[in-house]
Design a protein around this ligand. Structure first.
Ligand code: FAD
Length: 395
């Protein structure tokens, strides 16, 4: 209990990478404070490893991490449901199972998903890596198609598109895999890392159609802005990002994309009792706006847990500072490339390739679950770069 004998209810929405870490770390950091109750809300009881979604799509079985098991002993209560509305005046969340959760502090960690709404036909005819069950169904269709030596098109040459195209091509050498991209795949990397990436795409036989946009997805083809029709038995959409409309619908200050606009301590600028982290948060540093990745998201979660625990004790909180450290990209199971970066995600000279990069990438993908387990017992930082000198100017 607090001095006034009240319980402080903290609700964390979303049990992805950031919501999980924030909830567990917050419980750890407030364990000696009486009267703090933490509830984590997520539609599924299975923890989704988004970093490995392309592996599911290519037919691999992943470990089944159950959220209640990961939370066991942490003191965090799990509520399996989806949030459908936030009433900021009543400080209450409505859930799709009919429950209403009251909060004193709300952690908004609803993540993001690939947006299929902007190009006609994408919603109806393209697959995404948004949901593990869908990714699994896609993998079943891939196996059937491989028997007929069919054609797969991956739309989007960002890191997700590259990882998906290489994983599919390696797992199904009989398929023709085409990567359609507005920019050169790996455009954000340095020259040497990009050259390695292109060699891997060549080795795996991934055809690149670069400098074009898809204007329409049809059941058996994609139309390009050149007017060309590219035959495609299966189309995977990996480009464009959307976020949950819940914050904007609730009148919480959001940017044009619907991300919750945060101050220097990750509080909503319109509702200071709401804290946003991960892909759903608009976070600004001196070097620019943070774009959603697990590396920055986990850091925002670790920071928030520490900051909110201090805030609840009436202590001062330092601003959040973050910078990028690396761009880890798998190129199938046997190759990878890691581009090390400056705080603003621009490439440094250093990169890793081949076996060392495979081991590095695997350690990145597998580290969140042990981090959750460890964070029940110790305070974790989960941060590889604090943004360097430039961000020290941040207010
Ligand atoms: C194939 C792929 C590979 C990637 N590789 C990398 C990489 O190598 N490195 C890297 O840094 N990043 C990578 N990313 C990006 C990374 O996955 C995201 O940045 C990260 O998942 C963001 O974490 P999050 O907690 O903000 O959101 P998420 O992990 O998306 O979690 C959000 C959670 O909120 C839940 N949720 C959604 N709506 C509701 C609702 N209404 N009510 C309750 N809960 C809800 C979801 O079910 C989910 O559990 C990759 C992404 C993909 C798709």
């Amino acid at each position: 209990m607090n001095a006034d004998n009240t319980i402080r209810q903290i609700v964390v929405l979303g049990a992805g990478y950031t919501g999980m870490l924030a909830a567990i770390q917050l419980a750890r950091r407030t364990r000696k404070m009486a009267g703090v109750e933490i509830t984590l809300v997520n539609p599924s009881a299975r923890f989704t490893e988004r970093l490995r979604m392309h592996q599911i799509a290519a037919g691999q079985e992943l470990a089944d991490h159950r959220i209640p098991d990961l939370l066991a002993g942490s003191g965090v209560a799990f509520h399996q449901a989806a949030a459908t509305a936030i009433d900021t005046a009543a400080r209450a969340i409505t859930l799709d199972d009919g429950a209403v959760l009251r909060y004193d502090e709300l952690v908004y960690a609803l993540g993001s998903a690939t947006d299929t709404t902007r190009v006609p036909g994408a919603e109806d005819h393209a697959w995404t890596l948004n949901d593990p069950r869908l990714a699994h169904r896609f993998s079943v269709r891939l196996t059937e198609l491989a028997a007929q030596r069919g054609q797969v098109t991956v739309c989007g040459g960002g890191l997700t598109g590259i990882e998906a195209a290489t994983e599919i091509a390696e797992a199904h050498p009989g398929l023709t895999v085409t990567l359609v991209s507005a920019e050169q795949p790996g455009a954000m990397m340095g020259e040497k890392a990009r050259a390695h990436l292109n060699r891997a795409l060549d080795r795996l036989g991934v055809i690149r159609v670069v400098g074009v946009k898809v204007t329409k997805v049809l059941p058996d083809a994609v139309r390009l802005d050149t007017g060309e029709l590219l035959p495609s038995d299966l189309t995977l959409w990996t480009t464009g990002v959307k976020v949950s409309p819940l914050a904007a619908e609730a009148g919480i200050a959001t940017d044009a994309k619907g991300l919750v606009i945060t101050d220097a301590t990750l509080r909503s600028i319109s509702h200071p009792e709401i804290h946003a982290i991960g892909d759903a948060a608009a976070v600004y540093m001196a070097w620019g706006q943070v774009h959603g990745t697990c590396q920055t998201g986990m850091a925002s979660a670790g920071y928030l847990a520490a900051a909110l625990a201090r805030q609840l004790q009436g202590k001062k909180v330092k601003p959040f500072r973050i910078g990028y450290f690396h761009q880890p990209v798998s190129l199938g199971r046997r190759d990878a490339v890691i581009q090390f970066t400056n705080a603003d995600d621009s490439p440094k000279r250093w990169y890793l390739k081949g076996k060392a990069a495979v081991a590095y990438k695997e350690s990145v993908s597998s580290s969140p679950v042990p981090t959750f387990k460890m964070s029940k017992h110790v305070a974790v930082r989960a941060q590889l770069s604090n943004g360097g000198r430039a961000t020290r100017k941040t207010a």
